[in-house]
Write a new protein. Structure first.
Lengths: 704, 103
């Protein structure tokens, strides 16, 4: 066993220690906090690179996998194991999380520089990183779940970081509760899986893990429950956890609201890593999802679970992308874009297997982190303004941010050939095209791609092109913030470029947003080969195959259409004022309204789920007050009655006897103590009298 | 009345006088004197019983009384010393005022 496998736990443990040290430190030691957090991530990154290099060079001999487990908790005669697994899936995620995390930590130093709770922020960030890395290395669904919940907790803490804002507190609550619904599914799936296989270990050296052939075949043979094969039911329950965490329809509502947190948090947790944990979960339990399926034309299995995953992913992708078109908050646009991209990843997992979904996850992590940090830089530069209508013309003020943002935007939109997003999205569309079950996911995906290109162009056009509308807004509406009241100060409130501590991570991320695409092109499918351990070779002719080439051209055409449409509607003819109606709103007010209000999903939930919940709560309240309450009251009265009885017995029978006895003793003592005067002569007198009496008695007795 | 009876009567009278003095007097020294009287009444009894016993040549009662008187002297010395100590401490030798063990 390689040393790194045994010591893989160090990677999540380092940020955990950092978080602990920051938490117990009472002094406001900002430098220490930042150094610890960033240092632990940097060390983790180095270790991850070691782990990564250990998994390299195994092409053509099956997937590399080593596990390290030991006993953890005993219940009954069974032991729950704890352990970690090192395989390409873990290694690539480790490298991604630690690297992106490190860059975002560095960015946060600049972004949070003026926040008084700087230390708390870094403590939570480090704790988050630890949970996320735990999720990645876990070789056990139980450890996975524990880390998963740590991640959920820190997500809650960080969304509500500015808890004095009621909206942030509400968003944190919403995120926590919504993901909890999914987690319940995951928990049930986990328990069921344990009941079926008797183990929660993913892999073991003896091949007895729950994701290995023996256990999977046992589950396949189990009798179906309510029309579901057991393995499908477990798979779908586990997928429910992923739906909650990865913001898939219908549990996506929390993710856009999560943008109330500080921007680095949005970048790290709600774009790059945590929300990808759901996708990672599905990728991790992929053997469970795909067992017993019919192998399709391109070697991809088709099962009920995977079909559900595909549909949910496809619907999420188009659904969120269409909402993003009509949003005006810079971060909200990106949030819906994230939801949509997560849908793509799910779809990729469903139609193409682990490599397809994971490739998009990795590339997306880099360019979405880039976009979010870029938007953070924009917000920072525009004095905490988030409304794209009040920006404009920032190209002039923030050239570096503009350049990197453009890279991220082109990667997300899937600009052909030179950006990573193109290759990863193309792979998903390619697999969807070959999916034997239905063509609709493919069409939905293509439409989603069109929307993606469109809304990103709209956003960039509104933010970076045209002229700055922030001043106009202030002079038109008096002032937006109390400290902007003097007109003479306007010049100092021009947007400004962010400091190097913020721009350098952006530039690095931009580099990766471009380069990463080339590890998974059809001509050189290194990523696919790396994850599956299969042989591959550099073959440019694959690019020119009719299916591949046609699809690439089609997807390029879609992207160009989206870009062109966006530029035509928003770039060429810039809006002049803040209050001006959106072009789409002018043309299609009804649809725009629908999209702007996110299909009224929140309102629908308000009217159905929440109302039902409130009704159930009232019912419980009623039951509590009248049924259980009266029972408790009855018990209370019985108890009080008995207590009365006891008291009476005590007071009038038991105590009375004792009291009398005590009183008599005390009085006797008092009487006797009167004899004890301390006068020696009195004693002597008594002795004398007693002596005389004794003598008289003796004499008298003798005579008698 | 035999000589022994006369002796015993004197001794009883002496004891009664001593006892009365010890009980009625308030002054510590007078009480001490009363006690000495009672002791001497007892000594007188011892001498009388020896002198009129069947074997007066054995000198037993005489020796006994000699020891007793030596003891009485020692006792008087200790008693006087105690009285002086009490007087120094309490500025009184009235026994009615000396009734507390706590000093």
């Amino acid at each position: 066993m390689i040393w790194i496998v045994k010591n893989l736990w160090l990677i999540p443990a380092l940020p955990l220690f950092a978080a602990g040290i920051i938490a117990v430190n009472k002094q406001p030691a900002r430098k220490l906090a930042a150094t610890l957090a960033i240092g632990s991530m940097a060390l983790g990154f180095l270790l991850s690179l070691c782990a990564f290099s250990a998994t390299l060079g195994h092409h053509g001999e099956g997937a590399f996998r080593e596990v390290f487990s030991f006993n953890w908790i005993q219940f009954g005669g069974q032991w729950m194991d704890i352990g970690w697994v090192l395989d390409p899936l873990t290694a690539i995620m480790l490298v991604m999380v630690t690297f992106v995390g490190m860059l975002i930590f560095i960015f946060s130093v600049g972004y949070m520089a003026h926040d008084e709770n700087f230390m708390r922020f870094f403590c939570f960030l480090a704790l988050f990183a630890s949970g996320m890395l735990g999720v990645v290395i876990a070789n056990n669904l139980f450890l996975f779940f524990v880390s998963w919940e740590i991640v959920g907790l820190t997500s809650y803490l960080l969304i509500g970081f500015w808890y004095h804002k009621p909206s942030a507190a509400a968003a944190a609550k919403k995120a926590f509760i919504t993901t909890r619904i999914g987690d319940l599914g995951l928990l049930l799936g986990m328990v069921w899986l344990y009941a079926q296989t008797g183990t929660l270990n993913f892999y073991t050296p003896e091949h007895t893990g729950c994701l290995e052939t023996a256990a999977l075949n046992t589950m396949l043979a189990a009798p179906p429950v309510a029309g579901f094969a057991v393995v499908t039911a477990i798979g779908l329950l586990i997928f429910l956890g992923a739906v909650g965490k990865s913001g898939q329809v219908p549990l996506h509502v929390w993710l856009p609201d999560a943008m109330e947190g500080p921007t680095p948090v949005s970048a790290l947790i709600h774009a790059a890593t945590m929300v990808a944990a759901g996708v990672f979960l599905v990728a991790r339990v992929y053997p469970l999802m795909s067992i017993g399926g019919i192998i399709g034309a391109h070697g991809v299995p088709v099962t009920t679970s995977l079909t559900v995953i595909t549909w949910v992913g496809a619907i999420t992708a188009i659904f969120a992308a269409s909402i993003a078109v009509a949003q005006n908050d810079i971060k909200r646009i990106l949030a819906y874009s994230t939801v949509s991209q997560l849908g793509y990843m799910m779809m990729g997992l469903g139609v193409g297997g682990v490599a397809v979904g994971m490739f998009h996850l990795i590339t997306h992590a880099f360019f979405k982190a880039l976009l979010f940090l870029g938007s953070g830089s924009v917000i920072h530069g525009c004095h905490e303004e988030q409304d794209v209508r009040k920006m404009g013309g920032l190209k002039k003020y923030m050239p570096v941010t503009f350049a990197v943002y453009a890279v991220g935007m082109l990667a997300l939109a899937g600009f052909p050939l030179f950006f990573s997003g193109f290759w990863s999205k193309d792979e998903i569309l390619h697999s969807a095209h070959n999916w034997p079950v239905s063509h609709i996911p493919f069409l939905l995906g293509c439409t989603g791609a069109l929307f993606t290109a469109f809304y990103m162009t709209r956003q960039v056009a509104l933010v970076f092109f045209g002229s700055y509308r922030g001043h106009e807004d202030r002079s038109a509406h008096g002032h937006t913030a109390p400290d902007h009241s003097h007109s003479s100060e306007f010049h100092s409130h021009d947007p400004h470029e962010s400091p190097a501590v913020m721009t350098v991570p952006l530039i690095i991320l931009a580099g990766f947003a471009i380069l990463l695409g080339f590890v998974g092109t059809p001509a050189w499918p290194w990523f696919d080969g790396y994850l599956t351990g299969e042989e591959f070779k550099l073959d440019f002719s694959k690019l020119a195959e009719p299916g591949t080439l046609g699809l690439m051209v089609a997807s390029a055409a879609i992207v160009f259409t989206g870009l062109g449409l966006g530029w035509f509607l928003y770039g060429k003819r810039q809006r002049k004022t803040v209050a001006e109606k959106d072009v789409l709103e002018a043309a299609q007010p009804f649809i725009y309204k629908l999209l702007e209000n996110k299909y009224f999903i929140d309102e629908i939930y308000e009217a159905t789920v929440i109302r039902f919940n409130a009704f159930a709560a009232r019912l419980c309240d009623f039951a509590d007050q009248w049924i259980f309450g009266s029972a408790v009251l009855l018990v209370k009265y019985v108890t009080v009655g008995l207590a009365w009885l006891y008291r009476l017995t005590d007071e009038y029978f038991v105590n009375l006897g004792f009291d009398t006895g005590c009183e008599a003793l005390r009085e006797g003592g008092g009487g006797l103590s009167k004899l004890h005067t301390g006068r020696v002569q009195t004693y002597l007198r008594i002795i004398g009298v007693a002596l005389v009496a004794l003598i008289i008695f003796l004499i008298w007795g003798r005579k008698a | 009345m035999s000589p022994l009876q006369a002796c015993l009567l004197i001794s009883a009278l002496l004891f009664a006088i001593g006892f009365a003095g010890a009980v009625t007097r308030r002054h510590a020294i007078l009480v001490l004197i009363g006690i000495e009287l009672m002791l001497n009444a007892a000594n007188l009894n011892l001498i009388a019983f020896w002198r009129f016993s069947p074997h007066p040549e054995a000198l037993t009662g005489f020796i006994f009384v000699l020891f007793s008187m030596a003891m009485a002297g020692a006792e008087a010395a200790v008693g006087l010393a105690l009285i002086i100590a009490i007087y120094r401490h309490k500025k009184t030798s009235n026994l009615d005022e000396v009734k507390e063990l706590k000093g």
